[in-house]
Design a protein around this ligand. Structure first.
Ligand SMILES: Nc1ncnc2c1ncn2[C@@H]1O[C@H](COP(=O)(O)OP(=O)(O)OP(=O)(O)O)[C@@H](O)[C@H]1O
Ligand SMILES: [Mg+2]
Length: 290
């Protein structure tokens, strides 16, 4: 079951700011220190330590209900942890509002997609950048010079982001409504929206869900290219073990909100606690990747 996520919450609202790319690779970007969170009597996260370094790809795995999406919701300010500390680029972020956290340079995609289906493909991406534009609503309505210049800049940024997806989101599709896209392309567009915020940390919630094997292979490569070419650190939640095996520098396994294993894919996938956690839920998930 996934956490309730609020409508209208964009993958990342702003062309940000000074989130500052170019920190030294390997320096910690995200650090969760003993995070706990309960929903009523349910302890969804328990004393969780988790870190992601610059330009690192970390996968978060675990059976349904393990607390993976809840981790994203804590990082992005949807939920406040009951205890523990979250730092992004060394700055504490617990207690900050969602849009402030997004502006610091964290963008996410959602397990259940958040596209504006009646808007065009490119408008979906442009909308994910608008928080940082400076033109007033009146300047925009009257199409005064600053508003027009900003619109050109935002469009150029959206085109740059979409071109990253090559033929899959090729130019002829940009003015088509998002509802005309295949499911896999909608997932790509969701990632494009997150990228439009020019994040330093990208959180991907099940990017390969519903994709066929060829598309899954492609998304695995894409995650690697995002890190290499877009200079982002990535925390990815994924059930497909081919993706996890193919893209991760490090894997963290959760069960019932507790970290049960951490390390390289082979090490984590064969860890007895991980095998046991999946046995009760989805025993084939681990076996399939071997
Ligand atoms: N807002 C909420 N209120 C009550 N319980 C919640 C809430 N959000 C999440 N939970 C519970 O917290 C636990 C962790 O949920 P979460 O969505 O983080 O799991 P997940 O690992 O992402 O699972 P899945 O693989 O199914 O997406 C589950 O038991 C879920 O029912
Ligand atoms: Mg989830």
């Amino acid at each position: 079951m996934s956490a309730p996520e609020r409508p209208g919450e964009a993958a990342g609202p702003a062309v940000p700011p000074d989130a500052g790319h170019g920190g030294p690779p390997g320096a910690p970007v995200l650090n969760l220190d003993r995070i706990s969170l309960s929903f009523g009597g349910l302890r969804a996260l328990s004393e969780l330590d988790l870190h992601v370094d610059g330009q690192e790809i970390v996968s978060l795995i675990g059976p349904n209900g393990a607390g993976k999406t809840t981790v994203f919701n804590v990082i992005t300010g949807v939920y406040q942890p009951s205890s523990g500390d979250v730092r992004f680029a060394g700055q504490p972020i617990a207690g900050k509002l969602q849009h402030s956290i997004a502006r610091m340079g964290i963008a996410r995609t959602f397990q259940s997609l958040r596209l504006f289906l009646n808007m065009s493909v490119i408008e979906n991406v442009m909308a994910a950048t608008y928080g940082a534009t400076k033109a007033t609503p009146l300047e925009s309505i009257l199409r005064l010079p600053r508003a027009r210049r900003e619109e050109r800049e935002v469009r150029a940024l959206a085109e740059d982001v979409l071109s990253f997806f090559g033929q899959r989101l090729a130019g002829y599709r940009w003015d088509e409504p998002a509802y005309s896209l295949s499911y896999a392309n909608r997932r790509r567009l969701e990632i494009a929206r997150a990228l439009a915020a020019r994040p330093r940390l990208l959180l991907l919630d099940e990017p390969a869900a519903g994709m066929n094997p060829a598309e899954t292979h492609e998304i695995t490569e894409l995650i690697g290219r995002l890190r290499d070419e877009r200079d982002v650190a990535i925390l990815v939640i994924e059930h497909d073990m081919h993706v996890v095996a193919g893209c991760s520098d490090r894997v963290v396994a959760l069960d019932h909100g507790v970290k049960i294993a951490e390390g390289g894919f082979d090490q984590v996938a064969s860890h007895p606690a991980v095998v046991e956690a999946y046995m009760g839920h989805d025993p084939e998930a681990l076996a399939e990747a071997e």
